[in-house]
Design a protein around this ligand. Structure first.
Ligand code: AMP
Length: 410
């Protein structure tokens, strides 16, 4: 494929938009692959999702340039086959670069890097820190390499944005040798999202800089960060994406002695406790219903006591974390909500802010109610102590930007 190509769709494809010099963004997970093809001016994109990988029900849900939706079954559900089909679907658009979301970059990577043999080895080696994610990310890189060896690839690490944290935030109070020899420290995740929404908030606020934001990424996974003058100073996730806030199926913070207690009391293995904390806890564990907040909100409205407690705990723990993260900021400009819950649940935002009632935060209820379904805007009153924003996250766009920057394409 050659660089600098503009693909225009004729009426044969009934697609009229153009995708100029597109970058392919791939987010390869253990059971799904999210992808987006984004034009260099970021105005046009094609998106899709391969889901249920590993199962017979595996399929690709593809949205074309003009919004038409296609579903393609993946016989046998093999990862490699799904990737091959995705690349075939997109080949006609002549993408010029591929950017991969990679979950763990360890302490080696503080920015996006072009893939070479060494970088690929590092992504694989860091599987020790992200066993579910990094191997799937490496598979995606190898699949593209096998089919399009000439197309440059870049890895954008979820941990990279948090490499600016100072030792006081990233070290655990445990023996030094574990940090020096085993790299046991806090890394933080959701870096592309925290970077994107904090930069966007700084762009749209009228407050003069430098700005201090707490970014609250509340989705199925949840994390919050303290970002000052564009740099992450602290964040809620740690060595793994389990630490911090209560999430859809993840517990967030629990007593670190829980593993040993459950082993002694119930004979549970470390693996069983790990699975319980990652997959059976959080909103799902407390409500006993679902990890999906919409289902839980509906049940809570109908009087389901465990659903009500799940929401209360989610908001209490989030508010407590946001309050504590404010300690990292030299100046507190405001809070930025994002992710499926942060962008859509008006009541969750209001309840989290109620938990922070000593901060002098004032919510404009009307504006809060209007910020749903992908709307961006503020919802603080004029006399609020800090600003409140909803900024829909766009991790794909950020990955495409970082990919182009790493390749010197902008
Ligand atoms: P994400 O992982 O960012 O896609 O977010 C998924 C979470 O967002 C799930 O818990 C959804 O229930 C929640 N969510 C999405 N839309 C809404 C909505 N309209 N109201 C409440 N929660 C929502």
């Amino acid at each position: 494929m050659s660089a600098g190509v503009t693909t225009t769709f004729d009426d044969k494809h009934s697609e009229s938009s153009t995708l100029t010099n597109p970058t392919l963004v791939l987010n390869c997970g253990s059971s799904s692959i999210k992808y987006a093809l984004i034009s260099d001016d970021e105005t046009t994109r094609i998106t899709g999702l391969a889901e249920n990988l590993g199962l017979d029900t595996a399929r690709i849900k593809h949205t074309t340039l003009n919004g038409e939706k296609l579903e393609i079954a993946i016989a046998g559900g093999r990862h490699e086959l799904a990737l091959k089909r995705i690349l075939e679907l997109l080949e006609q658009y002549h993408f010029i670069a591929v950017g991969h979301r990679v979950v763990h970059g360890g302490r080696e990577y503080s920015e996006a890097v072009r893939v070479d043999a060494h970088v690929l080895e590092e992504v694989k080696r860091l599987k020790v820190l992200a066993p579910l994610h990094n191997p799937a990310n490496a598979l995606g890189i190898e699949a593209v390499q096998a089919i399009y060896p000439e197309i440059p690839q870049v890895v954008v690490f979820d941990t990279a944005f948090h490499q600016t944290m100072p030792p006081v935030a990233y070290r655990y109070p445990i023996p030094k040798a574990l940090y020096e020899e085993e790299k046991i420290r806090r890394y933080g995740f959701h870096g592309t999202s925290h970077a994107y929404v904090s930069e966007r908030a700084s762009h749209i606020t009228s407050a003069t800089g430098p700005h201090g934001w707490i970014t609250a990424h509340l989705g199925n996974g949840c994390s919050a960060s303290a970002v000052y003058d564009g740099k992450s100073l602290d964040t809620s996730m740690g060595l793994t994406p389990l630490e911090g806030l209560m999430m859809g199926t993840r517990s967030g913070d629990v007593d670190p002695s829980l593993h040993i207690h459950l082993k002694r009391k119930l004979g549970m293995s470390l693996e069983e406790t790990d699975k319980m904390l990652n997959s059976e806890s959080g909103l799902l564990g407390i409500s006993g219903l679902s990890n999906d907040l919409r289902t839980i909100e509906q049940a809570a409205n109908e009087g389901h006591a465990d659903a009500q407690l799940a929401i209360e705990m989610f908001c209490y723990r989030a508010g407590k974390y946001l309050a504590s993260l404010s300690c990292a900021l030299p100046e507190f400009t405001g809070i930025v909500f994002t992710g499926g819950i942060g962008e859509n649940s008006v009541t969750t935002r209001a309840r989290i802010l109620e938990v922070m009632r000593h901060f002098g935060i004032k919510v404009d209820a009307g504006k809060n109610a209007g910020l749903v379904g992908g709307n961006e805007g503020s919802f603080h009153t004029d006399d609020s102590s800090i600003e409140l924003w909803v900024v829909p996250t766009d991790e794909e766009c950020r990955i495409a930007q970082e990919t182009r920057a790493a390749l010197g394409l902008q």
